[in-house]
Design a protein around this ligand. Sequence first.
Ligand code: NAP
Length: 252
Amino acid sequence: MSPTIVLITGANSGIGCATAKVFASSSSDYHIIVAGRNLKNCETAVSEIKASGVKGNLTTLLLDVTSQESVDTAASEVEKQFGRLDVLINNAGISDTTLTEVPEFKKRLDAVLTTNITGPAIVSLAFRHLLFKSSNAYSIYVSSGLGSISQTADPSSLRYNSGYTVYRLSKTALNMWAIQEYKELKDKGVKVFIMCPGLVRSNLRGKTEDKVSAGGHAQDPTVSGQTILSIAEGKRDADAGKFVHKDGLYEW
Ligand SMILES: NC(=O)c1ccc[n+]([C@@H]2O[C@H](COP(=O)([O-])OP(=O)(O)OC[C@H]3O[C@@H](n4cnc5c(N)ncnc54)[C@H](OP(=O)(O)O)[C@@H]3O)[C@@H](O)[C@H]2O)c1
């Protein structure tokens, strides 16, 4: 039987890496393409996942979501190797809180929007024709509850605080992109999901233990990977086009 081909952007670290491991641990039916902007880091991630004794197959792919040329080359490579794509996980992202070396607001804003919204949009368009060749295609966007306008505006919400404005903006825009894609592709055999992975350990906030663990509040990113796997397994199909999280749905 032909494997299910899964591509994860930004898969050398955090949620992307944990998701690759969850898929590879769950079944030998998965071929996971661990994509990232630094091939060596992707190779290290794949070696570590394989060393843990997984069933699925994993390979690496150079893919910088901020470069059209890199995205197009990566899509050609997947087409050449596999001829189709079954699950596209737009996961790569950054937060402006780590851009401490960039003093100008405009440069920080441009960097975050280019990675978190322009990136997933051009990746989606470049790989779309390969999803159309799948008999069971999923396009999954890793967003954030911080992009929810209703939670941001609700004084009783945990997400009602003034921080992370640039990051929130990028995820709100990503949600809009994904809803539009959902409407465009729902009758063309591609199920589109917008998911919040929850507050989990990763390098998103920085690399010190306090930042990685969000002051001790972050969960293991395996939890996020399991939510993404449940989507790809069809368990959340009734929630296509919605803002999903582990335990249910968020308001936009
Ligand atoms: N962790 C959380 O609590 C949390 C909560 C809500 C949403 N999220 C979302 O989860 C996603 C994954 O982030 P994470 O938390 O796992 O953080 P992370 O550990 O920093 O992982 C982010 C990944 O994105 C990659 N990346 C950044 N810029 C890229 C580019 N131009 N091209 C390709 N890859 C690029 C990074 O690569 P490098 O290693 O090369 O930098 C890294 O592999 C993000 O979209 C984030 O917004 C995370």
